[in-house]
Design a protein around this ligand. Sequence first.
Ligand code: SF4
Length: 228
Amino acid sequence: MGDDLMEGNRENIPEKGAAIQQDGLTYAIIPYIPGGIVEPETLRKIADIADKYQIKVIKMTSEHRIGLYGINEQDINAIWDELGMEAGGFIGKCVRAAKFCLGNTSCKKGYQNSVNLGLRIDETFHKRETKNKVKISVSGCPNSCAESAVRDIGLIGTPKGWRMLVGGTCGLQVKKGRLLAKNLSEDQVIEYMDKVLDYYNQQNTEKRLGVFIDKIGFEKFSSDVLNK
Ligand code: SF4
């Protein structure tokens, strides 16, 4: 086997938030940008770093973040140092950064403030260890632009408060989340989310939340969580 092939067999480096790419040689990183709401200075910094390290591709991700692709391994540490940001992708089995729309802070259809709630969810739960990755999204109205029905935990704003769906996922087997509670205040969302994550962590499973719920039955799951 030649050196090139050996070189092309690298792995992800989770402790650096770096994922190996299709070429087997270069990496992608995704800095943590809460809600994808970004200041001009951050965009300039990312652009300057991309020029300096000849980063081949910058892409907005489906989770409203900015991915940097085609990074050489020897540049990863320096790039993180210069970014001065923490990793927001490729961070293992934990609560991922929440995805949220602008809700009633900007959108005329918004019933609820998805920015406040999304930031609060991140402050409270981001990177909490879980049995498998947990994706959360927050939409300010039933149009559900943040795709809340296909997230492990999804919030949807209504005139009366928040609806909480659990166990959704997209991918080859699309699964719609099921309604755990409705008319929740922001405080109640945090409280219920804590109960869901605690309960999930206490179980003997490595499956995604929706698969686990299917296994034990939604009625048991909701009764156990709501009566905690
Ligand atoms: S989910 Fe509703 S509030 Fe959020 S961006 Fe879409 S239409 Fe606006």
